[in-house]
Design a protein around this ligand. Structure first.
Ligand SMILES: Cc1cc2nc3c(=O)[nH]c(=O)nc-3n(C[C@H](O)[C@H](O)[C@H](O)COP(=O)(O)O)c2cc1C
Length: 182
């Protein structure tokens, strides 16, 4: 899968099968996060690798919008430093890089951002000064997913030409239709 196919077919999947993700792939996913560029190259982030049923259950209990993580193979809690105004952008970039790296190996993922912060901090020893910004759960799909398309607004609805509101006519660009299904 090339980078374009990877981006255009990635979906957030919340159900996972029991096949474990091997440590080499886990390491590559973490490397994808580590190697992401951050604002002024601050690299203020920290990645907590969460493995094992008990810890994943704890993580699910600490979540308000990501109970599904309990059935993932492993998860990463991404901490960022809120003293940098761009920390959420950095978190988003690192998250997407890790999700894309995972998907290039056929590993699905999804994210959540709703936490019970007090218990999450306590359960995973998260220090003051770093925020739990996003959690990504990973795993192989439960069953082969195919023919699923992305539910996205059309290019013409989200792109302007030159100035906001000036219609962008994608046909004039002769674009090949995006392969947005898996
Ligand atoms: C910033 C952000 C926060 C999200 N928070 C949650 C969340 O708390 N729980 C959840 O299940 N999914 C969450 N998602 C996943 C989105 O629902 C998902 O990306 C969107 O529905 C598109 O899914 P698709 O790529 O499978 O079409 C979040 C995604 C983003 C980008």
């Amino acid at each position: 899968m090339d980078a374009y196919d990877c981006v255009t077919t990635l979906l957030d999947i919340r159900t996972f099968g029991s096949k474990p993700v091997n440590s080499e792939i886990k390491l590559k996913i973490l490397e994808a996060g580590r190697l992401t560029g951050s604002g002024i190259n601050t690299q203020h982030w920290h990645f907590i690798l969460v493995e094992g049923k008990d810890s994943l259950k704890k993580l699910a209990n600490d979540s308000t919008t990501g109970r599904w993580v309990e059935n993932s193979d492993f998860a990463i809690i991404l901490l960022t430093n809120p003293k940098y105004g761009f920390h959420l952008i950095d978190a988003g970039r690192a998250t997407q890089d890790m999700q894309l790296a995972a998907w290039s190996f056929g590993v699905n993922s999804c994210v959540f951002t709703g936490f019970r912060e007090v218990t999450l901090r306590k359960d995973f020893d998260i220090p003051i000064g770093l925020n739990p910004t996003i959690v990504i759960g990973f795993g192989y799909p439960k069953r082969v997913i195919s023919g699923k398309t992305k539910n996205r607004r059309a290019l013409g609805e989200v792109v302007s030409l030159g100035k906001y509101g000036i219609r962008f006519n994608e046909d004039a660009y002769g674009m090949a239709p995006t392969k947005n299904l898996i």
